[in-house]
Design a protein around this ligand. Structure first.
Ligand SMILES: *Cc1c(COP(=O)(O)O)cnc(C)c1O
Length: 405
């Protein structure tokens, strides 16, 4: 191959792989939204849709209170830092947010990152080495998998949510110096809540640490919204929590790790996404601080979210749809076949409801679904309209159990 052919083949190779993805229905197009994020959004084609697919659990992403808090913080602290934290990128607002997150989560200390992806990417390598074992749920988030890959510790994987297999892996790792069990607090495709009470009992028995990724939990799981550890009443028994500012807590971006003081101190010294990437924008730090204050003062948003979830889960089941049972605001409406999930999502779009179809390889083969996500911002009227659209599309596509096929 001559030099110019070699370069040409790089581009034609990409183009044909993209074409193949389109043919196989695996290509992910992006809807373009022309409004703020919210219970309803306006798309660039001018259509207003009820939004049932954002991680906007508390309804804060487009909320005026967040905009005000971000503007006020920007006026005080400026737009950006042009520095990493340890050079000249730490402001009082960053320290205040770290302290507020620690208090909210019931942990000693917290370190901020540009994203939870970075928190997970930078948590393992500074803390564990070849003498240690990381024992990870098979369905953990991609960022946990990547973070583990960057670390020299021995890797053990247990079958999803399977405590017997977790115990078998703890036994297999018995001769390792330190062991850490890692799990998503809530799994994003099913809304499954990790069995943290039982995981903590096993960890105690085998002398293991426990780490949880709380991206789909912080702000609304548990009686006062502190997360899955509160939900399962194991606050104080979790060693490391990672989470995001990019979902329930306002939805801009940013992530964090919370743990004992010495863990956070070591991460500040050695965690590469912290050392080598820019400080969180002050606007995000200030607005996140305002959210934590609001959530500490009142459980109103969290309560509204759970009321909406109970209402939607009950009504959609009455209509004759099959959902994954549970209590989390992630409500997987099962279509099983990939094409049907796409058709259903498209028909709902035409009927004014925004949902996304998920199919293999994102979920197991034959488990295609639309993943509905509730928000505290949805009114009962909006949910009722969305349910009517589900009923109509379900009827047209012959999906309703009550109606037969
Ligand atoms: C969304 C998510 C992340 C990534 O969060 P970002 O802050 O957007 O990087 C990590 N882990 C889990 C479980 C998530 O759902």
């Amino acid at each position: 191959m001559n030099v110019s052919n070699s370069k040409q083949s790089f581009y034609t190779g990409l183009a044909s792989n993209l074409e193949l993805m389109r043919e196989q229905g695996l290509y992910k197009p992006e809807r373009v939204i022309a409004s703020r994020q919210g219970a309803e959004v306006v798309c660039d084609d001018g259509r207003t849709l009820i939004n049932l697919c954002a991680n906007n659990y508390l309804g804060l992403s487009g909320d005026e209170s967040m905009v005000r808090a971000a503007v006020e913080t920007t006026e005080k602290y400026g737009y950006g830092l042009s520095s990493v934290r340890f050079i000249c990128g730490t402001q009082t607002v960053h320290k205040q947010l770290e302290q507020a997150l620690s208090e909210f989560l019931g942990m000693e200390d917290t370190i901020l990152y540009a994203a939870a992806f970075d928190a997970n990417g930078g948590v393992f390598e500074p803390l564990f080495d070849e003498q240690d074992a990381i024992i990870s749920d098979a369905l953990n988030h991609a960022s946990i998998i990547d973070g583990i890959r960057l670390c020299k510790a021995a890797r053990y994987r247990y079958a999803h949510n399977d405590l017997a297999d977790l115990e078998a892996q703890l036994q297999a790792a018995a001769d390792k110096r330190h062991k850490v069990i890692v799990t998503d607090g809530v799994f994003s495709m099913d809304g499954t809540i990790a069995q943290l009470d039982k995981i903590c009992d096993l960890a105690d028995r085998y002398g293991a640490l426990v780490m949880i990724d709380e991206c789909h939990a912080t702000g609304f799981m548990g009686a006062t919204g502190r997360g899955t550890h509160e939900h399962h009443q194991v606050m104080g028994r979790i060693d490391i929590i990672t989470g995001t500012l990019g979902k329930a807590l306002g939805g801009a971006m940013g992530g964090f790790t919370s743990a004992r003081r010495e863990v956070i101190a070591m991460l500040r010294q050695k965690s590469r996404p912290y050392l080598f990437s820019n400080s969180l924008a002050p606007a995000i730090a200030g607005a996140s601080l305002a959210v934590l204050k609001r959530l500490s003062d009142s459980t109103e948003l969290r309560d509204r979210l759970h009321a909406n979830t109970a209402f939607f889960r009950s009504e959609i089941t009455k209509l004759g749809f099959t959902i994954k049972p549970g209590t989390h605001p992630i409500v997987p409406v099962m279509l099983f076949e990939a094409q049907l999930a796409q058709q259903f999502a498209q028909r709902l779009y035409e009927l004014g409801v925004l949902v996304t179809g998920f199919f293999y390889p994102v979920v197991p083969m034959g488990q295609a679904r639309v993943r509905v996500q509730m928000s505290a911002a949805h009114s009962t009227e909006q949910l009722t309209r969305a349910l009517a659209a589900f009923a109509q599309a379900g009827h047209e596509l012959g999906l309703l159990k009550n109606e037969g096929k």
